[in-house]
Ligand binder design. Structure first.
Ligand code: SF4
Length: 343
């Protein structure tokens, strides 16, 4: 019997938004999908050795994940992410990612490099699916269409779980393998009125917020401190769209817009969070603007805000100290506000 082709998906960048879609589609076509290991020291060091110094840490880590898969996979899945909403594009580093990966100085299996672009005429998803299938040698349009439709259904369920506050790993397990899941926080269950219970927005690109190795486990640290966490994935899409109409000009980049609109929504609905933490990658061009905009808007709205910049030198001690200082200040502020109301 013919062996199934093994397709390796790097656990970085678009993985956090699209893993169930990619995996379900590839498996429906008859491929076996493997994932790179969770980010670790070897992956980071391999990534650093294959990239230029001033690349952001998510790009460095992506290279490390590719190397982790190189000897285990028949193909590497590195789509060229251009536009997921038909309007904005991904940052230039995403656009050039397959080209960067081809210059990795080690032997690599063939790269599945299809353009994911929902701009222009309709049917972008299926154009993408056809190209991926073609690169695996599958031409039957009915098989490709059926595989794509089933994968899109999984993707919709996954996005629904993210919106309910389930983290990407648990949500993927639930959608792909029917594993049990539990929302860490939900917009409906946060209770700002509860005495000294804090709710914090953790805003940033999903690959910076949900990879605990590169951000020194910020999400888990906040949970361990008993703090509810809101991420941009939890803000309803219609509200993000509404916020996009409140500013004269949105950014050019997809994730930057999601973070910016989510921040503006939370600043408009100040009762939802006690403070905002922006996780930003050192050396990220788009974030230089997003961070400043959020900082200025938060100052105007009088909502506490800090930005935590991550790079390969980010240490657990430094992150913990800053989180404790910030959340102590939030508790002090909340105590004072409640005392003023009860006076
Ligand atoms: S948006 Fe920023 S952090 Fe993300 S890949 Fe581009 S430069 Fe790196």
């Amino acid at each position: 019997m013919k062996r199934k082709p093994i397709v390796g998906i790097p656990r970085a960048l678009s993985f956090y938004t699209f893993y169930p879609l990619w995996r379900a589609f590839l498996e429906n076509l008859g491929a076996k999908v493997i994932l790179s290991s969770a980010t670790n020291r070897d992956i980071l060091e391999d990534g650093i050795s294959e990239t230029v110094n001033d690349a952001c840490i998510p790009i460095k880590v992506f290279h490390g994940h590719v190397i982790d898969l190189a000897e285990r996979a028949d193909y590497l899945f590195v789509p060229r992410m251009i536009s997921a909403d038909g309007v904005s594009t991904y940052c230039p580093k995403f656009l050039g990612l397959p080209d960067m990966i081809r210059f990795v100085g080690r032997p690599l299996p063939p790269i599945i490099d299809a353009r994911y672009n929902l701009q222009g005429f309709p049917g972008g998803q299926f154009r993408f699916f056809r190209t991926v299938a073609g690169q695996l040698g599958i031409k039957n349009p009915f098989k490709v269409y059926a595989a794509g439709l089933a994968a899109l259904a999984r993707h919709r369920r996954y996005m629904g779980l993210l919106q309910k506050g389930v983290d990407p790993l648990q949500a993927s397990g639930a959608v792909l393998e029917n594993k049990p899941y539990r929302a860490r926080t939900s917009m409906a269950s946060t209770n700002p009125g509860e005495e000294l219970k804090l709710t914090v927005a953790l805003l940033g690109y999903p690959y910076a917020v949900f990879d605990p190795y590169i951000n020194a486990g910020i999400y888990d640290r906040l949970n361990k401190m008993g703090i509810d966490v809101i991420t941009f994935e939890m803000i309803p899409e219609r509200e993000l769209k509404r916020m996009s109409r409140t500013i004269p000009q949105s950014f050019f980049w997809y994730y930057s817009n999601q973070v910016c609109w989510a921040g503006l929504y939370l600043l408009e609905n100040k009762e939802i969070v006690d403070g905002i933490i922006h996780v930003t990658a050192f050396g990220c061009g788009p974030d230089a603007m997003v961070d400043k905009l959020l900082e200025l808007e938060a100052k105007q709205a009088k909502v506490p805000f800090i930005s935590l910049s991550i790079d390969e030198h980010t240490g657990e001690g430094g992150v913990q100290t800053r989180l404790e200082a910030f959340t102590d200040m939030l508790r002090f502020r909340k105590t004072k506000q409640e005392a003023a109301v009860n006076r």
